[in-house]
Design a protein around this ligand. Structure first.
Ligand code: HEM
Length: 137
């Protein structure tokens, strides 16, 4: 992951931060449309859940150049997700819903290089989470 990728992800996420609650709601709508079977896994309040998701994404985006901080946090998150019932293939569905949400939320600011940067970054986040879920199993 190079500096340009990190800048593209940070700059685009900054545009989403002011509309974080709406972006989170849109994300879950996209996710449950893509796979309605995921809905029962989410047992808590969806507003609180959406807030945690956006906070975690913000942390991840800020820490992309500090892997010694980011990786252990993602490993813990991955282990917790194994407990929530998240399976490997769900990460693709979540990634698809996230990219769709960013495309919808960013509008004219969405561009092929932004999509490429988010695809790479999501791949790293999801990959780190999935690896630690396997170790915990
Ligand atoms: C990079 C990908 C992901 C990120 C950043 C993320 C982030 C989060 C965060 C921050 C929480 C709050 C609870 C906690 O910190 O443990 C959470 C909960 C949860 N996530 Fe994820 N998540 C991701 C992928 C997934 C995937 C692939 C699934 C699969 C279905 C999933 C399902 C859930 C569920 C079921 C909960 C608990 C909801 C509840 O207790 O009601 N997440 N996620």
């Amino acid at each position: 992951m190079n500096d340009h990728t990190i800048s593209l992800v940070r700059e685009s996420f900054d545009l989403v931060t002011p509309i974080a609650p709406q972006a989170a709601a849109l994300f879950y709508a996209n996710l449950f449309e893509a796979d309605p079977q995921l809905k029962p896994l989410f047992k808590g309040d969806m507003v609180v859940q959406g807030h945690s998701l956006m906070q975690m994404l913000e942390l991840a985006v800020n820490m992309l150049d500090q892997p010694h901080v980011l990786v252990p946090a993602l490993q813990d998150l991955g282990r917790r997700h194994a407990g929530y019932g998240a399976q490997d293939h769900h990460y693709d569905t979540v990634g698809g819903a996230l990219l769709k949400t960013l495309r919808q939320g960013l509008g004219a600011a969405w561009a092929p290089d932004v999509e490429e940067a988010w695809t790479e970054v999501y791949g790293v986040l999801a990959g780190t989470m999935k690896e630690s879920a396997v170790v915990a199993a």
